[in-house]
Design a protein around this ligand. Structure first.
Ligand SMILES: NC(=O)c1ccc[n+]([C@@H]2O[C@H](COP(=O)([O-])OP(=O)(O)OC[C@H]3O[C@@H](n4cnc5c(N)ncnc54)[C@H](OP(=O)(O)O)[C@@H]3O)[C@@H](O)[C@H]2O)c1
Length: 263
C-alpha cells in the first residue's frame, strides 16, 4: 500500500482510488454511514458494513455487490468492547487485513442539560465516544500490523459551536475531534492516519424530526444556503480514505457550507 506522497504524478486522480482496500464502516444501516459505505465501494473498496441490526444492512450489501465490490454485514453493539474484538477477528479471517475504518455510529441526545438523565448520558458516551475509541484501538491493531491505515471519525460542527439541547452531543464531538489529534500523534510513526469528518446538519433519518421543526433556522446560519445531503460528504470521505491524503493526519475536515466560519 502506498504510504508516500503522490508528488507531481500526472495520475493524481488514481491516488483517490481505493481498489484492493478493505474498509469497515460503523453506523452503516442508515444516513451518513450508509452513504459513505456506497461511496467507498464506488471508489473501489470492499466494505464490512456494521450496525446492531443486521437485517437493516442486507439491501446495502446487495447494492455494494452490484458495484462489483465485496461486502459483508456484521452485527455489533459498539458499546461492548468484546464485540469489537469479535469484529477484528471476523475481518482478519475474512479479509486478511484492514486499510480504512469509518467510525460513523452514534447515539444523539436532544435534551436540555437540566433534563439529561444518567442512562441517556451513559448510552450516548458508550456508543459515540467509548465505541469510537475502542473501535480505533482494537480495529486499528490490524492497521498497526500492516504499518498503514486510514481512520475517519465522524465529528460535527458541534465540535466547535453549539445550541441548546446539544450539550452532551457537542461535548462528545469536541472530544472526537481532539481524540483524533491525540491518536494521530501517537500513531503517525506506525503509519496510521487519523482524521475527522465534520458535517453541519445532514438530511438523515435520525434528524428528520429536528429538521422538520428547525431546518429554516439552521439554513440561516449556513453561508452556502442549505443543509447537507449525505452525498455532499462522499468526496471528502474518499479523500481521507485514499492515498491522496497520505500526508494528512490529526485534521478535522468541516464539510459544512461555511457554518463554522460563520461563527
Ligand atoms: N445527521 C447529521 O445532521 C449529522 C451532522 C453532523 C455529524 N453527524 C454524525 O455523523 C454520524 C452519522 O449520523 P447519522 O445521522 O447518519 O446517523 P446516527 O443517527 O447518528 O447513527 C445511526 C447509526 O448508528 C448505528 N448505531 C447506533 N447505536 C449503535 C450501537 N450501540 N452500536 C452500533 N451501531 C449503532 C445505527 O444502526 P443500528 O440502529 O442498526 O445499530 C445507525 O446505523 C454520527 O456520528 C453523527 O453524530 C451527523
Amino acid at each position: 500500500m502506498s504510504q508516500t506522497s503522490t508528488g507531481s504524478s500526472p495520475d493524481i486522480l488514481d491516488s483517490f482510488r481505493l481498489d484492493g482496500r478493505v474498509a469497515i464502516v460503523t453506523g452503516a444501516s442508515e444516513g451518513i454511514g450508509r452513504a459513505l459505505s456506497l461511496g467507498l465501494a464506488a471508489a473501489g473498496a470492499d466494505v464490512v458494513v456494521c450496525s446492531r441490526d443486521k437485517s437493516k444492512l442486507e439491501g446495502l450489501v446487495a447494492e455494494i455487490g452490484a458495484l462489483g465490490r465485496r461486502a459483508e454485514a456484521y452485527s455489533i453493539d459498539l458499546s461492548h468492547v468484546d464485540q469489537i474484538e469479535g469484529l477484528r477477528e471476523f475481518v482478519r479471517d475474512r479479509f486478511g487485513g484492514l486499510h480504512i475504518l469509518v467510525n460513523g455510529a452514534a447515539y444523539t441526545i436532544e435534551a436540555l442539560a437540566w433534563d439529561t438523565t444518567e442512562p441517556e448520558w451513559n448510552k450516548s458516551l458508550d456508543t459515540s465516544l467509548k465505541g469510537t475509541f475502542f473501535a480505533c484501538t482494537i480495529l486499528g491493531q490490524l492497521m498497526r500490523d500492516a504499518g498503514y491505515g486510514k481512520i475517519i471519525n465522524l465529528s460535527s460542527t458541534f465540535a466547535r459551536s453549539t445550541i441548546p439541547t446539544r450539550s452532551v452531543y457537542s461535548a462528545i464531538k469536541a472530544a472526537i475531534s481532539h481524540l483524533t489529534e491525540s491518536l494521530a500523534v501517537e500513531w503517525g510513526p506506525e503509519g496510521i492516519r487519523v482524521n475527522s469528518l465534520a458535517p453541519t446538519a445532514v438530511r438523515t433519518p435520525s434528524r428528520a424530526e429536528y429538521l422538520a421543526k428547525f431546518e429554516d433556522d439552521v439554513v440561516k446560519r449556513i453561508p452556502l444556503g442549505r443543509i447537507a445531503e449525505t452525498d455532499d460528504l462522499l468526496a471528502a470521505a474518499v479523500y481521507l480514505a485514499s492515498p491522496a491524503s497520505d500526508f494528512v493526519t490529526g485534521h478535522t475536515l468541516f464539510v459544512d457550507g461555511g457554518f463554522v466560519a460563520n461563527g
